[in-house]
Design a protein around this ligand. Structure first.
Ligand code: ADP
Ligand code: G6P
Length: 475
């Protein structure tokens, strides 16, 4: 017997995201395990929600599976079921083959299918209904990301009493790209069901406001949209997300993690320079550009494979979507080629790992790396960049693409345009060759920036904005 959520238990604070913070995994011996879900959204929101008296509505990560709601500490996890067909159409199709490419500058072409759009609407309605069931009278509801853009409006119809916020973890595209979407009108109207819409960068909020003006003929005043055919006003503004910096710094400074970082360097043969990449295996992350730059630096003899190596950790992602399957093949072929050409006996030029690791191991890897390569072609924020500067307290270096949200905040990084391979190569060499005291100075400044603007500060700022919208908070 699960908890009866629709009648007895309701919550004053409810969040909805496509994924629950944990994934249901059936192991080979048939037993059920819950593992932490992938991605930056869960990294951030898990810290914000930990211990709160609240409900989290989301998918368990498995088709045809809707376990009863269950408690994780004070947090009620409310699974939403997706059929195998909906995993294909709503999640892999509309969310990750239509919306994701359009929202990330069409790095790969987007595919539009009417059946996917229909499934997206159906699943969004299911999420809205689940939220309506668990939300108390006058509750605060916080909806997350591009998979659930119709939920704000659907929920407002079901529950006009609740306060509704939405936060976009990914970029919001320029109207010229957004306008390609056959569902553009319903997405904008869906979002305008909220009281406050949060974005990573000011440019994302501006793109949204422009889309409302151009495609809905809506009036905007500053960052407030007048919703067509209603007297409602909706505010749209940037509130850049972050990490639980104090918690991660404490982990990184713990003795076991320090020892493990030293051990990793040892196991890699104590090279002079360790370069590190950590990403979901996604075409937005610029992994191929990074490998190309490293390959050419070795080819030109500007880096020596006997004292420099690249560690690339790539967590499996969306493997049934063609563009992801292709990317994996390309990356693995390129890694093989580089190692074939340059690895000395007894070591490898590129150490490639296609799997997930515990937090402790990630923190140790960050500490062990001399140069962190964050080279996305487009990324809403990129929490990996913030994690690296938080974990590494020595003379590290962050090479950071200007196409990440993080670049708007992390000013002491070594900035790059990953499309410009020559410039990327030079930036990597500059990062390696900058004197240690200068690197330490930059890292300290970066670390301080993240510590001050951590995920707790972000959540407070977001929830204040939601409470007061469409008015602005004064501070
Ligand atoms: P995205 O949300 O697009 O995946 P982010 O950089 O914002 O990108 O967040 C990624 C999160 O996933 C970070 O918290 C990072 O530590 C974590 N992560 C990435 N790869 C791995 C991995 N192989 N093992 C464990 N955690 C990982
Ligand atoms: C990004 C998105 C999240 C998503 C995560 C992992 O962080 O913003 O919404 O959950 O990637 O992707 P997945 O498709 O595995 O949920």
């Amino acid at each position: 017997e699960g908890v009866e959520v629709s009648s007895a238990h309701t919550y004053d604070f409810v969040i909805a995201a496509n994924r629950l913070p944990v994934d249901r995994v059936v192991t080979t011996d048939g037993s059920v395990e819950w593992q932490r879900s992938p991605g930056g959204l869960v990294t951030a929101m898990e810290s914000v929600m930990r211990g709160r008296d609240a409900a989290w509505v989301g998918w368990s990560g498995q088709a045809d599976e809707a376990p009863e709601p269950f408690k994780d500490d004070n947090l009620l996890l409310v699974p939403v079921e997706l059929s195998a067909d909906e995993v294909t159409s709503y999640y892999e199709g509309q969310s990750n083959d239509s919306l994701w490419p359009i929202y990330h500058d069409v790095i790969v072409p987007a595919t539009f299918r009417r059946s996917w759009a229909a499934a997206y609407e159906k699943v969004n309605r299911r999420f809205a209904q689940r939220v309506a069931d668990v939300a108390a009278e006058g509750a605060t509801v916080w909806i997350h990301d591009y998979q659930l853009q119709l939920v704000p409006r659907m929920l407002r119809v079901l529950r006009p009493d609740v306060r509704i916020g939405w936060f976009n973890h990914i970029p919001f595209p320029p109207v010229e790209l957004f306008a390609q979407l056959p569902v553009r009108h319903s997405l904008l109207m869906g979002l305008l069901g909220a009281d406050f819409l949060g974005f990573q960068r000011p440019a994302d909020a501006e793109n949204f406001l422009r889309a409302c003006r151009r495609l809905l003929m809506a009036k905007t005043k500053g960052d407030v949209v007048e919703v067509p055919d209603s007297d409602r006003r909706v505010r749209a503004a940037a509130v850049p997300i972050s990490i639980d910096a104090a918690d991660l710094a404490a982990l990184a400074e713990s003795e076991p993690v320090k020892a493990r970082a030293a051990e990793i360097r040892e196991q890699l043969g104590n090279p002079r320079t360790i370069l590190l990449g950590v990403d979901r295996l996604d075409y937005t992350k610029g992994i191929r550009h990074r490998l190309k730059a490293f390959d050419e630096l070795l080819r030109d003899g500007r880096l020596d494979p006997t004292d420099t190596m690249l560690v690339q950790v790539a967590s499996p992602s969306r493997e049934r979507v063609d563009a992801y399957r292709e990317l994996r093949h390309q990356v693995e072929r390129t890694v093989g080629n580089i190692n074939g050409a340059y690895s000395p006996i007894g070591s490898t030029a590129v150490t490639y790992m296609h799997r997930s690791f515990p937090r402790e191991e990630m923190a140790a890897l960050y500490r062990a790396a001399d140069v962190m390569l964050v080279t996305p072609l487009r990324d809403g924020m990129n929490l990996v960049a913030k994690e690296y500067v938080t974990c590494h307290d020595g003379p590290g270096a962050l090479v950071l693409s200007e196409f990440t949200g993080a670049a708007g905040e992390l000013k002491q990084a070594f900035r790059c345009n990953p499309h410009d391979i020559e410039a990327l190569k030079n930036t990597i060499l500059t990062a390696i060759d900058t004197p240690a005291d200068e690197r330490s100075r930059r890292m300290r400044a970066l670390r301080k920036q993240v510590a001050k603007n951590d995920v707790q500060a972000w959540a407070t700022k977001y929830l204040d904005a939601l409470r007061l919208a469409p008015e602005k908070p004064t501070a």
